[in-house]
Design a protein around this ligand. Sequence first.
Ligand code: IPE
Ligand code: IPE
Ligand code: MG
Length: 245
Amino acid sequence: MTSRPAIPRHIAIVMDGNGRWAKLRHRPRSFGHNAGRKAVREVVEGCLREGVEALTLFAFSSENWKRPEEEVGALMALFVRALDKETEELHAQGVRLRFVGDLTAFDEPLRERMQAAMAHTAGNRRLQLSVAVNYGGRWDIVQAARQAAAAVARGALRPEAIDEAMLGQRMCLAELPPLDLFIRTGGECRLSNFLLWQAAYAELHFTDTLWPDFDQACLHRAIEDYGRRERRYGRTGEQIASDKG
Ligand code: IPE
Ligand code: IPE
Ligand code: MG
């Protein structure tokens, strides 16, 4: 294991700043969300080019339902349009698409569309793209704990057997490489309830760039920044250096 891998295997992005981007242009917030689609295409292209294995995008948080009804409706409509339009292109690029989050909140036709897109791209291997919708990091931990509790109740699991590895296997994204790089656009330096468990040892990269302006060059800069970090996982810099030597 090298301490300074140049390319993160798994990147997650909080795609923030659409509303402010639209406001700067005196347009409705939904205009900014729509413009964000281009940035999604940019980061997918960038990950394919750089050889990143997994990309996880925060599209709608479990808290975003609190937004005005009109904005939530516009986001759902955009989501359906993007799903219909982009799935084929992603498939052609060798991208496997997954949706993570509490999907039970969505209506049946939308859920079916999501399932169909997941099934259609399930054999692809070049890039694992996960889109987090109605996702919350606390929800994720709760659902994993609930699965473990149910196994205990059926007598299939001893409480003493519940450890980090076991609970981790029940969290979203467990089948992917560990999260290496967590990016947030839009200038806020917070996690906003994204991937709380999975980000425990991720490198964090915050940029003021608003999401619709984020492009392959911005992604490349984030990857370069990551390449300069020393990941110590609790050990000392000297220990890491002697491992390499
Ligand atoms: C992120 O952009 C997109 C979603 C949360 C769906 P915002 O809509 O939060 O944009 P700002 O933060 O208000 O600029
Ligand atoms: C986080 O952004 C959620 C997504 C980008 C989908 P928010 O804009 O909702 O986060 P807060 O409210 O500023 O923390
Ligand atoms: Mg925001």
